[in-house]
Every structure is written in C-alpha cells, then in structure tokens.
Write a protein that binds this ligand. Structure first.
Ligand code: ADP
Length: 480
C-alpha cells in the first residue's frame, strides 16, 4: 500500500467550480483498487467545514500565514480528508477564489501557499503515524507543495503535479516572496521566480518530480506557444517527466440505467426511452418537439469554451431544423448572446442561466447532440458524459476532445467505430460545417443509433487512468 497525499483546492461533492473537483473526488476511490491509499488535503472553506461533522484535530499551528490554524482529519462521503481549518484564510462568503464582485481574493497567494506548505509539512512527518511517500498536487493552488518539498531539504518525498488547465497559473508580485517561508535561493529560475514576480504553477513545474496533465494531446499542445501560455519552454525542458493521463468519470453517479435525475432510465439497448427525457427537456427549455436534432450545451460561458462561435451559428443551426438547449453561466456578454438567441428563436432555442447539476444530467439523457466547441480543452468531461449517455458529442479537435471522440468520417462510419463529430480549426465556419454534417448524420437513423451505442460502450471509467497514476507513483518511488 502506497500512501499518497492529494493536494487540491476543490473536491467533489464538497466544493466544486470545475473539472478539477470531479477528478480529485473520483481518484481516491479508483486508486484504492490499485493499492494506493489516497488522502486529500483541502482548505476549510465554509462548505467543507459544514460537511465535516465529527473530525479529529491532528495538528495545530500558532501562525499559518497570518493566524492560528489546525488540521482536522475526517472521513466524509467516502473520502479521507485532512482539512486546513484556518478561518482567516478560508472562512468567508463569496466564491472560493473570488469575492462577491468577482475579483480574486487579494490574499490568494497566502491561501494557497498555506495549502502547499502544510502538504510539505505532512510529508515530513508532521502527524505521527502518517507519512505520505508521494504528494500529488493539483493546479497552481496545490503547486507550491512541490517547491516547499524541494526547498525544505526533504529528499525522500516525491511530488507529482497535475495541470488541469494551464490558463490559470497563480502569478503574484515579487513583494510576496519574503512571506512565503522559502529560502532566498528559491527566488530564481530554478524556483518560483517568474518574470520578476512569483509564479506558483511555474515553481511547481520546476520542482515536481513528475508533471502530468489530463490528456495525451494536451500534454503535447502545452509544449507549444499556441497553448503553453508562456510555460511552453519550461514544459519542453521537462518533457521527459511529462505525462498525459486521461480523466475518467464517476460511472456510478453518471449511469443512465440508474440516474435519478432522469425522467426515464435506459441502456444502450433501449435508447428509445431517451425520448421521455427529451420531452422533459423540451418542457424545461420551452422547446417544440419535432423530428429535428436537439443540441445540448452545458458549460461555463467563456471564450475558452467557444460559446461565441456557437452564438454565431445559432441561426444556421435553427435553419437546418435543429433545436438548442443551453445551460450555463459566465461572461455577461455571452450570457446576453444566449438570451438573445433564445428570444430570437422561441420554441427552437432555450437558455437556462445558472449552474444546475440535476438539469445537466437530464440534458445528457435527453439531448441528441452534446456540443463542446472549446478553443482549448485539457480533457473535458461533458463529452465523456455525452458518450456514456448517448448524447453524441460534437467537439473541436483539441486536447482531450481529440483523444476521446472518434470522428464520424465515412471510413469510421463504414467501420462502425465512430462515436461523434470533430471539427477543426476552432472557428465559426468550421463549426457551421460540423453542425451541417451532424444534422445529416442524424437523419441516417441506422448510422446514428450505431454511433450512439458505440459511444455508450466506450470505456470512460477511471479504471485505466487509475492504473496509470498508480504506475507513475510506483516508478517515482523506484527512482529513490
Ligand atoms: P471545466 O472544468 O473547464 O469547466 P470540464 O468539461 O472539465 O470543464 O468540466 C465541467 C464540469 O462542470 C462538468 O461536470 C459539467 O457537467 C459541469 N458544468 C458546467 N457548467 C454547468 C452548469 N451550468 N450546470 C451544471 N453543470 C455544469
């Protein structure tokens, strides 16, 4: 049994803003089958503290980046947690990264330096009877764990750092450096220094023993200027230690046979029942029922997700007989564009603004097509849910979308291996052409249902990926 400490700023079902939470929540269970005991170190946000119930205090600090704090160990929802109970850092209303006005918390550097610092202390044996041999940190919020291990003189702990989205890097001014509890030597190229300031992700990438990201294609993309967001040079240098391991999904929570959020449950052999879900969706979104394909979009409404090129194509989609249901929130301009599209096409386009987990399930269970036209997508989860639920994914050919969907070109259709539709480059005309192709495939019922069934039989579980992470941990320890 190998003890691994996962260091994460989000974990499903306790606190989630994106795919990172799903991964952090699913990995511990998936890894247990591979002889890995994973505990998760998480900040004590209000929603985490509320879920804790009876925990055990395992350590106390007089001054954790500004005030007293304690660590609480607890088992919640099947997860072994170590929670940093530090009200001065985490107990506040608003978002977990931003305040009520949407501005980053000014002390985010302290909030996530603390997370990494505590991880390194645990690895050094802070709590009697617990000494993880591997620290697995996630994104910039967890990344400083690698720097604290490297510069703390701890040569026994191995650190893996996973990039879920390189767009978020945790960059701060040089003025915070003296408060980080790092030796002066850490403020240079080999440490956390980044263009004269402090880069949390940069420092982590420099100091971690292995770097992973969430799909093989994204692992290649981030080594290029187009996708590397300034870190491509460093990633090329580290390419021998860089791995792309696809995310899986929680196939119990996302199971169309048992999903309680659906109006009707079904399996690959009974996709006809999806019609009941489609009807429920049509009611919820104010859409007409007819023979045209129902496109679903469940997403943060941001530039990354290509929502603007969807807006450009709404009239075209409707002109081809399609309908569109959009669930999401995000940039005000894109929310407006979706609201206007719905107003322009009553009965054909519907928009529900907000975040609604249950409705997102119903959309997977009722939509014919799941739209994921991202400009970049490290792995993406919505297309994996789409495959599992028979909502055929229409995706851009980037990152994990390229790795998980097999395009329905004629050869793939002929061979019966297609599971969705891909398009490239990521622009309006190219998406428009893909929508046209999708509608025409939809009107070939035998081809369409074969594609649906093939997708539903694709292995999107964590099994294979968990095995890869377990193999990575083992090989890191073998290096010692
Ligand atoms: P990202 O993490 O970049 O937002 P992913 O595809 O990796 O993208 O993960 C998005 C997750 O958030 C999925 O589980 C998706 O179903 C969910 N999601 C996004 N927007 C909404 C929404 N408005 N309502 C419910 N779930 C949503």
């Amino acid at each position: 049994m190998i003890d691994v400490l996962s260091v994460t700023s989000e974990i499903y079902p306790l606190v989630k803003t994106g795919g990172l939470a799903d991964v952090a929540g699913a990995l511990p269970r998936a890894l247990a089958a591979h002889d890995i005991a994973m505990r998760s170190l998480v900040p004590g946000y209000p929603q985490v503290m509320a879920a804790l119930g009876k925990g055990r205090v395992v350590a106390r600090f007089d001054d954790l980046f500004g005030d007293a704090a304690q660590l609480i160990a607890a088992r919640v929802e099947g997860l072994d947690l170590i929670v940093i109970d530090a009200p001065h850092l985490y107990d506040r209303a608003g978002g977990i990264y931003v305040d009520e006005t949407g501005e980053d918390w000014a002390d985010n550097w302290a909030r996530y330096a603390a997370l990494g610092w505590v991880a390194a202390e645990l690895a050094r044996g802070l709590v009697e009877g617990y000494r993880p041999r591997i620290v697995h940190a996630h994104d910039w919020q967890g990344a400083m764990a690698a720097a604290y291990v490297a510069f703390g003189g701890d040569s026994t702990t191995k650190v893996a750092l996973t990039i879920h989205n390189i767009a978020f890097q945790g960059q701060f001014g040089a003025d915070i450096f003296p408060h980080l509890r790092l030796p002066q030597a850490a403020f240079d190229m080999t440490g956390v220094e980044y263009y004269g300031g402090v880069g949390f992700l940069k420092g982590g990438l420099r100091c971690a023993h292995a770097v992973t990201t969430v799909s093989p294609t994204y692992a290649l993309e981030i080594q290029t200027p187009e996708y590397g967001m300034g870190l491509e040079g460093l990633l090329v240098e580290r390419s021998a230690d860089l791995y792309g391991i696809l995310n899986g999904i929680d196939v119990e929570a996302w199971n169309p046979r048992t999903d309680a959020a659906l109006a009707a449950n079904y399996a690959a052999a009974s996709t006809g029942k999806r019609q009941v879900n489609a009807l429920a969706l049509a009611e919820r979104f104010g859409l007409e029922m007819d023979g045209g394909p129902l496109f679903g979009l469940v997403s943060r409404l941001t530039w990354q997700k290509g929502i603007d090129i969807v807006a450009d194509n709404v009239d075209w989609l409707v002109s081809l007989g399609g309908r569109l249901a959009v669930l999401g929130s995000g940039d005000a301009g894109l929310e407006d564009a979706m609201a206007q599209a719905a107003a322009r096409h009553p009965g054909r386009v519907g928009f529900v603004k907000g975040y609604d987990e249950n409705l997102s399930h119903l959309m997977q269970g009722g939509a014919d097509v799941m739209l994921v036209p991202s400009r970049f997508e490290p792995c993406g989860l919505t297309q994996l849910y789409g495959l599992r639920y028979g909502a055929v994914p229409l995706v851009s050919r980037v990152g994990g979308l390229a790795d998980t969907v097999i395009d329905a070109n004629e050869a793939a259709v002929e061979a019966g291996v297609a599971t969705g539709i891909q398009f490239s480059p990521v622009d309006g005309p190219s998406l428009g052409e893909a929508i046209r192709r999708t509608v025409s495939l939809f009107h070939r019922p035998a081809v369409w249902s074969r594609m649906q069934r093939k997708g539903m039989k694709t292995d999107v579980s964590w099994d294979r990926s968990a095995e890869k992470y377990a193999g990575l941990y083992t090989s890191l320890l073998g290096d010692q």
